[in-house]
Each structure stands twice: as structure tokens, then as C-alpha cells.
Write a protein that binds this ligand. Structure first.
Ligand code: DX5
Ligand code: ZN
Length: 223
């Protein structure tokens, strides 16, 4: 069954704990934390402090705390995010000249290692690292902001990634998709090979409750 990863980027930060608790109660298997430094992407968001703040909630429920680093030189802060309680840390291939070493760094800390790439970055950049990762995150929007439209070419990339993983006997690697995911496209994204759906504005919005939105997304993903 596909796993749902609400992105707190779109949550109401004046009551973040409550919002995370609602998402967990509604069955979220992951909580996705979008870390942005204002350099690699134009936006500036949160750091290890927020990971530490929500960790008791995710740990108590056995929910994976999934940290997405949209930052320059992520190797400097990986220890801090691990110490704060990240269960999974994903870095951008565009920010890691020593990507193999960075994967080893994450895994040595007992944390799941993920790699991601921007929509215009060729999948071939992942070829030499697929054997080392626990997760690949496909960015289906240009990173930096929630509420953007899904880039249609992403579905072809998801399917191609699945093929690459199958060719290598790496079917266990999670394929997470991030950006513009909603009830309108969840089924096609899962059909293309996604196993984890990140969703920000589809979960945290004024149209319906977190529980209703998460339930609707899961139903849509089931096709
Ligand atoms: C964008 C972030 C995404 C974003 C998803 O840079 O990485 O996780 O929060 O938000 P929605 O689901 O609203 O596109
Ligand atoms: Zn993200």
C-alpha cells in the first residue's frame, strides 16, 4: 500500500504539534520536513529544532520522520538532523559533489539515506548511487514552495526510475514523489511506480480537515 507523507511546509505553524498529531491520527506513515536554506532554493524554512520538536509525536506512533534537505553543503548539518531525530534524510544530487560519501555519512548515523533531484536534472546522475540508497525522491515541482502544479513529465521519470531499480534488483528502494500531488493525479503517480506520496497543500488546507484530506488522497491513490 502506498505511504502518505504530509509535508509540514503547508501546515499551520502556529499549532504545528496539533497539525502533526492530526496527520498521524489520520494514518500518515511519514511526516515530511522540508528544510530550505534560501541559497539552494529561494525559500528559507526550518532546521533541526523543528525536527526535534515533532520527534516525540512521530516516535510515539512509529511514524517515519522524513527530512528533505534543500540546502547547500548538507553534509555539515546531517549530524544535527540525525541527533534531532530524523529517521530518513534525503539530499539533492545537485548539492553533493561527494554523494557516495554523503550516503555513507547518513547511514553511519543509523538513518535511512535518500537522494533526490530537481525536475531538469537527468536520472542518469543517480546511476552510480542507486545501490547505496534506501529511497529516491522524485521532485515533481521546482523545489522551494508548496502549492505548485505537478510537472507532467515527472510520471515518465518515476516509471524510468522504477525500471532502473528493477534492472538492478533494487525493488526494495522506496520511490517518493514530492510536489503537486493530489487526488487528481495520485493514482497515475502510484501506477508509474511511486511508493510514498508527499503532499503539503493537498493535506493542509482550508477546504477540509487533515483527516478528510488524507483519507481522500489515500483513496485516490488506490485508484
Ligand atoms: C517543495 C517541497 C514539497 C512541497 C510539496 O520544495 O519539497 O515537499 O512542500 O507541497 P505541495 O504538496 O503543496 O506541492
Ligand atoms: Zn519535500
Amino acid at each position: 500500500m502506498v505511504k502518505i507523507a504530509p509535508s509540514i511546509l503547508s501546515a499551520d505553524f502556529s499549532r504545528l504539534g496539533d497539525q502533526v498529531s492530526q496527520a498521524i491520527a489520520a494514518g500518515a506513515e511519514y511526516i515530511h520536513v522540508d528544510v530550505m536554506d534560501g541559497h539552494f532554493v529561494p525559500n528559507l524554512t526550518v532546521g533541526p529544532l523543528v525536527v526535534e520538536a515533532v520527534k516525540p509525536l512521530t516516535a510515539a506512533a512509529g511514524v517515519t520522520l522524513d527530512v528533505h534537505l534543500m540546502i547547500e553543503k548538507p553534509e555539515r548539518l546531517i549530524p544535527d538532523f540525525a541527533r534531532a531525530g530524523a529517521d530518513s534524510i534525503t539530499v539533492h544530487v545537485e548539492t553533493c559533489p561527494h554523494l557516495n560519501r554523503t550516503m555513507q555519512q547518513i547511514k553511519a548515523l543509523g538513518v535511512q539515506a535518500g537522494v533526490t533531484l530537481n525536475p531538469a536534472t537527468p536520472l542518469v546522475t543517480l546511476e552510480e548511487i542507486l545501490d547505496e540508497v534506501d529511497l529516491v525522491l522524485i521532485m515533481s515541482v521546482n523545489p522551494g514552495f508548496g502549492g505548485q502544479e505537478y510537472i507532467p513529465a515527472s510520471s515518465r521519470r518515476i516509471a524510468r526510475l522504477r525500471e532502473l531499480l528493477a534492472e538492478r534488483g533494487l525493488q526494495h528502494v522506496e520511490v517518493e514523489v514530492d510536489g503537486g500531488v493530489g487526488v487528481h493525479n495520485a493514482a497515475q503517480i502510484v501506477a508509474a511506480g511511486a511508493t510514498i506520496l508527499v503532499a503539503g497543500t493537498a493535506i493542509f488546507n482550508s477546504q477540509a480537515s487533515i483527516a478528510a484530506n488524507l483519507t481522500a488522497l489515500r483513496a485516490a491513490a488506490a485508484g
